[in-house]
Design a binder for this molecule. Structure first.
Ligand code: GLU
Length: 435
């Protein structure tokens, strides 16, 4: 990890050092890997800025009859390897810096997995829990309309992320299809992935991010002297990614010791039943009050001794203060950018490796790619095919990261970016820069 405050490429582009900018943190790590790889300076410049930053403001009629104006984003970081790809998140704290960082991470993720896709991310500044389903539908349709031709099945393909789900994608796809010429309308379905099964979705997409993480751990843990079947884990976040990761790991024999979410924290030394907790969260909206565990405070959650600590919620939750009290053997980033650079440095100094998001949570976009491919080929794969293909992709990506780590004697995050940048560098060399 680079100690320089601001990378010379960012400085050349006019960035002012901001330690709290997730974008600068992300690009700093990417550029550190690019320097190790000796990627040409002009490619470092290109990758240090997104290609397009789209910002829209749009009104929505609320149930009360009043109008609210919302702010939405779509940042398209890079489409060298294929159409832009990445999720849409609904959260009150959505902002441009965050969406830019997440878009850049998507470019790296797709490249590391060798998917024929680029990187993008979008979002709307809204707390989806605070508005009704009808309001959510109108907001989604109006946002999709505002994005217009900036998305499309061959150009930019959104997917679910924090605060959005298969229903959100169904509304997006329907709106896009309604706005298309009737003769193109049927193809319009593949404008988004993560759709409901009945409407062009893929089997296995819902659990894909969690399943991908399980495959990564299967491949990486033995090197760290751990076995998937006997590990203990803790989770930040129990939404789609957290709950699937918890359930799938518990099915393999792991013990879920503690969970923290927006409602509070719980712990059970004999193990939390992840399936029962999923049902509780579906009913009540959070982990608090789960009868199968004790309520604890946030600090005690971070202090809970586990083998694998899994942040599966928002960015920046593992900062220096938390890293100092964490008691784990490895951190596996199921969320995007959950670890701050000072937090990561401290964990590294303590000999705790951080398995980066770009590898750990790439299962989601990988099955999104399978869905897109099925839509375009008018095919339906079965669950075994999806699982087998996902395993193959995740194992190959983990192997690439391990190889880069040994070759450059670096941390796992740098290694993952090196492995991603290798293929981006090769394709830029072949294509050249227009004109
Ligand atoms: N939102 C997910 C991610 O951050 C999935 C993106 C996709 O499927 O395109 O990787």
């Amino acid at each position: 990890m680079s100690e320089v405050l601001i990378n010379n490429v960012l400085e050349e582009l006019g960035f002012r050092y901001d330690p709290n900018s997730v974008y600068q943190q992300t690009i700093n790590s990417v550029l550190h890997a690019a320097a190790l790889l000796e990627l040409p300076h002009h490619l470092q410049l290109i990758l240090a800025q997104p290609k397009n930053e789209i910002m829209v403001h749009f009104p929505v009629k609320m149930d009360s009859g009043r109008y609210r104006l919302f702010k939405g984003y779509r940042v398209q970081h890079n489409n060298l390897l294929g159409p832009f790809k990445g999720g849409i998140r609904y959260h009150a704290s959505v902002n441009l810096d965050e969406i830019k960082a997440l878009a850049a991470i998507m470019t790296m993720k797709c490249s590391l997995l060798r998917l024929p896709l680029g990187g993008a991310k979008g979002g709307v500044q809204v707390d989806p829990r605070s508005i009704s389903q009808d309001e959510l539908m109108r907001l989604t349709r109006r946002f999709t309309t505002a994005l217009g031709d900036n998305i499309g099945p061959d150009y930019d393909i959104p997917a679910p992320d924090l605060g959005t789900n298969a229903q959100t994608m169904a509304w997006m796809a329907d709106t896009y299809m309604m706005m298309s010429m009737p003769s193109h309308s049927a193809r319009g379905q593949s404008v988004v992935t993560g759709k409901p099964l009945e409407f062009g979705g893929s089997v296995g997409r819902d659990k894909a991010t969690g399943q991908g993480l399980v495959f990564v751990l299967e491949e990486i843990l033995p090197e760290l002297g751990l076995k998937l079947e006997t590990i203990s884990i803790s989770l930040i976040g129990f939404g789609n990614v957290g709950s699937w990761t918890g359930r799938l790991l518990c099915q393999r024999g792991a013990k879920l010791r503690a969970v923290l979410d927006h409602t509070g924290a719980i712990r059970s030394d004999s193990g939390i039943d992840a399936a029962a907790l999923t049902a509780h969260v579906e009913k009540t909206g959070g982990v608090t009050g789960f009868p199968g565990a004790d309520a604890i405070n946030e600090d005690d959650f971070y202090r809970t001794k586990v083998d694998v600590f899994i942040p599966a919620a928002l960015e920046q939750m593992v900062d220096l203060e938390r890293a100092k009290i964490m008691d784990c053997k490895v951190v596996a980033e199921a969320a995007n950018a959950p670890t701050t650079p000072p937090g990561e440095r401290h964990l590294q100094d303590r000999g705790i490796p951080v398995l980066p998001a770009v590898l750990c949570n790439a299962g989601g976009v990988t099955v999104s790619y399978f869905e897109w491919k099925q839509n375009r080929q008018a095919e339906t794969w079965d669950a075994e095919t999806v699982d087998a293909q996902l395993k193959k992709h995740m194992f190959a990506a983990a192997a690439r990261v391990k190889l880069a780590k040994h070759r450059f004697d670096c941390d796992m995050r740098t290694a993952a970016y090196v492995a991603a940048l290798e293929s981006i560098g090769r394709v830029y060399r072949l294509r050249g820069i227009f004109p």
